[in-house]
Design a binder for this molecule. Structure first.
Ligand code: 13P
Ligand code: SF4
Length: 302
């Protein structure tokens, strides 16, 4: 079956089964062709609460599909492969979180959405890279345990008076961007604006013209009079920007980065997922209810 046939079959099945495809911006560009919505983690969580579809096929990683189910337990939530797992989300577990909570009983717990449902259930509120500062500043507590991304935690520290207690997680894709790489790119592309994701290390954030979530980058480029951009995040954003703004020029900051887990999802797997209604994403009900509170609170604040 060629690519066009697969796309047509996916579209027909979506109609027949009243299904919607939500895709993260880091997905392969061919997934965009069948997606009903493409966005960042925040936009995808929000969209999941707004759809009236019976089935959500989630083209992203595990924690994103889990969040869609947590918010919509009455819907069937599918992920096309069980191998699309975010390694950073696995860097914090409930036992570890409980230990740090016991050490800081006065602190609120903010969990980045890149966490398991069980960790969300242990948290006061969730955040995404689009709203982390706003979420932290909305809290009454002066101390905040922030899990799992230490780089995002340090970015929040720059923008809050609260005491942040960071967990030591990191994203292997964003950790690799270096200040040397950004400086080298700036020397070559003199007029370029540097856009950085807050999962990058602080020394890279220091060199940014702007710091944004993935969708934040797309929105910024849309309204910017600038023509050339150096992008420090996963390659999917660069691919998306090139498709959407062909009149502008985008360079990925060296050494570049690809999220292998995001790229596990392919068009044939999306077709199988819709056809066979696989692989179902569910969360035990007691955990789901508590995790939903943390997600709902984020959606209210943001
Ligand atoms: P965004 O929320 O910016 O889309 O980021 C999600 C993610 O996993 C970044 O690595
Ligand atoms: Fe996880 Fe990093 Fe991939 Fe985002 S880019 S899904 S944080 S491994």
């Amino acid at each position: 079956m060629d690519r066009r046939d697969i796309i047509e079959k996916i579209k027909a099945l979506k109609k027949e089964k009243n299904a919607v495809i939500l895709a993260h911006i880091y997905q392969r560009p061919e997934i965009y062709d069948v997606a009903d919505f493409i966005g960042d983690s925040y936009g995808l969580s929000k969209k999941a609460t707004e759809t009236d579809a019976d089935i959500i096929v989630f083209c992203g990683v595990d924690f994103m599909a889990e969040s869609a189910y947590i918010l919509n337990p009455e819907k069937t939530v599918l992920i096309p492969t069980r191998l699309a797992n975010c390694p950073m989300a696995a860097m914090v577990d409930v036992d570890g979180l409980r230990k740090i909570k016991a050490k800081h009983p006065e602190a609120a717990v903010v969990s980045y959405v890149n966490t398991t449902a069980a960790v969300k259930a242990e948290s006061d509120i969730c955040c995404t890279s689009a709203n982390a500062v706003k979420v932290v500043n909305s809290l009454e507590e002066d101390e905040v345990i922030f899990v799992p991304d230490s780089n995002l935690a340090h970015y929040v520290m720059r923008n809050t008076a609260k005491k942040i207690i960071p967990w030591s997680g990191w994203c292997y894709v964003h950790q690799k961007f270096s200040p040397e790489g950004i400086l080298r790119a700036k020397e070559i592309h003199l007029d370029a604006k540097v856009l950085v994701h807050p999962e990058c290390i602080s020394a890279v954030v220091d060199l940014a013209d702007e710091v944004f979530s993935t969708t934040g980058m797309v929105n910024y480029v849309r309204q910017s009079p600038d023509k050339t951009f150096i992008i420090a995040t996963e390659i999917g954003v660069v691919e998306r920007l090139r498709l959407e703004f062909p009149e502008k020029v985008f360079f990925q900051a060296p050494p570049g980065g690809t999220c292998l887990q995001m790229k596990k999802i392919t068009l044939p797997l999306v077709l199988d997922s819709l056809k066979n209604e696989q692989f179902t994403v569910k969360v035990p009900e007691d955990i789901r209810v508590r995790a939903k509170k943390a997600l709902d609170r984020m959606l209210d604040v943001a």
